[in-house]
Design a protein around this ligand. Structure first.
Ligand code: ACO
Length: 325
């Protein structure tokens, strides 16, 4: 038994926010943002759009491509760090998809590495747990958690959802390499706000809230360029492959300079590198399935192609998967 990806789908909000739009609210420019990051536009939720309806629409498209009915699913994994409810949204996605059986659905939280961990979890559920049809969704609405007055972070992120349907027929997930390092957490996070009274014993405690995304961009950049190539090399070695055997490099879409540096380090030529962050920015756990879906639907990624995918981000977390589409 294996875990094969048999369908994909994605959904983005309708509101498009350009670099020029951002230059109206913070001291920045299209030139600064595009040269330093490669990002030109991002989509941001508005009106009644939210994480859950993006996730549901992406899921429906993946199930349609896979020709799988919601009730055929055994498991839904929703990889997100920005749920509508801190207890998780996956069971609500299950209900909104129209699943009528009480199959399992739960969230996975690992920031921008969430989708790769979701694929690994799907593979374990299938190989060890007897599950057959598994839906993995990566979705985030970072726009709710960025400080829109901070030009160092608000220019980077966008909202989106992407999904893949997996089945237990043959093995399309060839290897994984997964890591985390809490020591580096200080470089990137959105922590709970500290009680200002610190040592004063108070009961009942104040209602908690989360700080906006705080990031040391240079440290995150260094971490990504150091750890991601090593992780991909390790996953390739486990699969008995080298970069030259791989059709596509698909990294978490955080910064075009990170993507270019990793591709150069691994000797992937630019024509083998999938990138769509110019249009969507960093969509956290959604970025890999969103870019995969575009690449599959445009005919770039074809059945039998191999993909080296890697996620990296807050935690710090990072991980790679070698996928045969
Ligand atoms: N517009 C104009 N100027 C800006 C902007 C902006 N949007 N942001 C920062 N600047 C200024 C700074 O104030 C600084 O000015 P100074 O020299 O007068 O002090 C100057 O530009 C350089 O700032 P740096 O932060 O040093 O710029 P850097 O070249 O490092 O680029 C960036 C910043 C784009 C954030 C880069 O470090 C990066 O992409 N890092 C990786 C971030 C990342 O990938 N984060 C997401 C991880 S995924 C997740 O898990 C959420």
């Amino acid at each position: 038994k294996g875990c094969k990806l048999v369908g994909c789908g994605s959904e983005v909000p309708s509101l498009s926010v350009s670099n020029d739009d951002l230059a109206k609210i913070v001291d920045t420019s299209d030139e600064w943002i595009s040269v330093r990051t490669g990002i030109r536009n991002r989509r941001v939720i508005s009106g009644k759009e939210n994480l859950r309806n993006l996730a549901v629409e992406a899921a429906k498209k993946a199930l349609k491509m896979a020709n799988v009915e919601p009730d055929d699913l055994d498991l839904i994994l929703l990889c997100t760090s920005t749920p509508e409810d801190i207890f998780g949204d996956a069971p609500k996605v299950q209900r909104e998809l129209g699943c009528t059986k009480s199959q399992l659905a739960h969230d996975i939280t690992a920031a921008c590495s969430g989708f790769v961990l979701g694929l690994f979890s799907a593979s374990c559920y299938i190989k060890g747990g007897g599950f057959r049809n598994v839906l993995v969704i990566g979705a985030d609405v970072m726009s709710r958690f960025v400080d829109w007055t901070n030009r160092g972070t608000c220019i980077l992120f966008g909202d989106a959802a992407g999904a893949v349907a997996c089945d237990a027929e043959e093995d399309g997930l060839l290897s994984f390499d997964l890591h985390s390092d809490g020591e580096g957490a200080r470089h990137l996070g959105a922590p709970i706000n500290d009680n200002e009274n610190g040592s004063v014993l108070e009961f009942p405690p104040n209602r908690s809230s989360y700080a906006c995304v705080q990031m040391n961009g240079k440290e995150v950049f260094r971490f990504a360029v150091r750890c991601v190539p090593q992780s991909i090399e390790s996953a390739l070695e486990k699969a008995g492959l080298t970069a030259s055997n791989i059709d596509w490099l698909l990294l978490h879409q955080a910064n075009q300079r990170i993507i270019d540096a990793v591709a150069t380090r691994l000797e992937f030529p630019p024509e083998k590198v999938i990138s769509n962050l110019a249009n969507y920015g960093n969509t956290s756990a959604a970025s890999i399935p969103l870019a995969l879906d575009e690449a599959v639907r445009s005919g770039k990624v074809k059945p039998g192609h191999t993909i080296a995918a890697a996620g990296f981000g807050a935690g710090l977390t990072w991980g790679s998967a070698v996928i045969r589409w």
